[in-house]
Design a protein around this ligand. Structure first.
Ligand SMILES: [Fe+2]
Length: 426
């Protein structure tokens, strides 16, 4: 179904006031979202938008803020080299590999994970996800850790809220090539540990301009189909419900002004918006969680010597095949994680979905008391590189591959068990 825009006249009372009104709490409970208008003053974003225009790929692609023609599908002019904002720390020593490089710990061309400057050519629009700015402390201060945003996080999720140490950064969707195919939706859910998704606009977003598009009620429909309440574990029923949502639920395109903020349940089905305008859609995509006991980080080991890549399971175990040329006991193997996330560890509790999916949420029941905990970031708990170091500029950085034997112990029979340092700080 085609989306309808989230016009302010459809907001429940309270959209322009800090806090959660009774009507907003009911809307979140029934539909899984609330929009707060003007929650952050747009002037706070200015230095980061200025920095955006000075980033290497933007200048290389000859884009300028004064020339809207330069914004149209810049992918043709985007540089191939997207690695200049990364330290030489791949496997602790080398440059991040290109698709052609020989590697000790992985087959040639194996995935390296996200790069700070990579652009993708999505269904019809080019998209640049500037993940590197997402761990900039000054940027986090005016987005995810902005006092009004933390206030809303506690009003919705309830305390103790984990103070975000990073977000996914600025997602820019560019005007499409007028000669190319029309923009369409790609609904999905993120299948991460995120409990609440938050979207902040850095510019005004009009209807049809690539606004974050979401399927109200989808979390309510999906929640009972998961095997677990806090870690998403899909079942056959989840697939049927997903098909139902994609076919029968009318999505909403989040439209509004710079500084407007959308809060959604973490299992909200969503899509990049239909973008037929001549503007760049700039949004910050953020993940929120409560403080909880956690288990290990979610890691993926690269394929090598003809074997496939393998992810560790929720018990922290990698199982490598015994019938391939690849030696399963070989610990000199690249492992990567989803470093764009703030919460990268599974939740320790495996309990089943509750009768009331919001039983542990606040939804305005208790007044906000500032129950926000500045727990160590995952990269600090595990001593992993992420932040820019040395000559790496602001807006760069990222977690490189590390050796498998740095994060896990071999147990024989192709099994490696990942170490957990999740709760030592508590
Ligand atoms: Fe997504």
């Amino acid at each position: 179904m085609l989306p309808r825009p989230s016009l302010p006249d459809a907001d429940p009372p309270g959209a322009e006031t800090l806090g959660l009104s009774g009507e907003e709490a009911i809307q979140f409970r029934e539909q899984g979202f609330v929009i707060k208008r003007g929650l952050v003053s747009a002037g706070a974003f200015r230095p980061f938008l200025d920095l955006w225009w000075r980033q290497p790929p933007v200048t290389t692609a000859n884009m300028t803020s004064a020339d809207p023609d330069s914004w149209v599908s810049p992918g043709d002019r985007w540089p191939d080299e997207n690695r200049w904002s990364l330290a030489k720390n791949w496997m602790g020593r080398g440059a991040w590999p290109t698709p052609e490089d020989e590697r000790r710990g992985a087959a040639v061309g194996e995935r390296v994970g996200r790069l700070p400057h990579k652009l993708t050519r999505d269904l019809s629009n080019d998209v640049w996800r500037w993940h590197g700015i997402g761990h900039d402390p000054g940027f986090v201060e005016v987005t995810s850790a902005h006092p009004s945003v933390l206030h809303m996080a506690e009003a919705l999720l309830g305390g103790p809220v984990k103070r975000p140490r990073r977000n996914r950064g600025i997602y820019a969707i560019f005007p499409r090539d007028p000669a190319g195919s029309v923009s369409k939706l790609g609904p999905h859910m993120d299948q991460s540990m995120t409990e609440m998704i938050v979207i902040t606009y850095l510019h005004d977003v009009e209807p049809g301009s690539g606004g974050y598009t979401f399927y109200p009620t989808s979390p309510q429909l999906l929640y009972p189909t998961s095997e677990q309440a806090l870690n998403w574990v899909a079942t056959n029923e989840s697939k049927d419900v997903m098909d139902h949502i994609k076919t029968n639920v009318q999505p909403i395109e989040f439209t509004g002004k710079a500084g407007d903020v959308l809060f959604c349940h973490g299992w909200m089905v969503h899509s990049a918006g239909i973008h037929e305008s001549d503007k760049i859609r700039m949004a910050v995509v953020q993940d929120f969680n409560k403080v909880r006991p956690r288990s290990h980080m979610r890691w993926t080991a690269a394929g090598k010597h003809g074997a496939e890549r393998v992810s560790c399971d929720m018990g922290g175990v990698f199982t490598f095949p015994l019938d391939k040329d690849d030696d399963p006991a070989d610990g000199d193997r690249e492992v990567t994680n989803q470093w764009i996330m703030d919460s990268n560890e599974f939740v320790l509790s495996r309990h089943r979905p509750l009768d009331d999916m919001f039983a542990e949420w606040n939804l305005g029941r208790l007044s906000v008391r500032g129950q926000v905990v500045d727990e160590p970031a995952w990269w600090e708990k595990y001593g992993l590189p992420l932040l820019p170091t040395g000559s790496v500029p602001r807006g760069g950085g990222g977690t490189p591959a590390v050796r498998l034997d740095k994060i896990a112990r071999y147990q024989g029979e192709g099994r490696w068990k990942v170490d957990s340092h999740a709760n030592e700080w508590m």
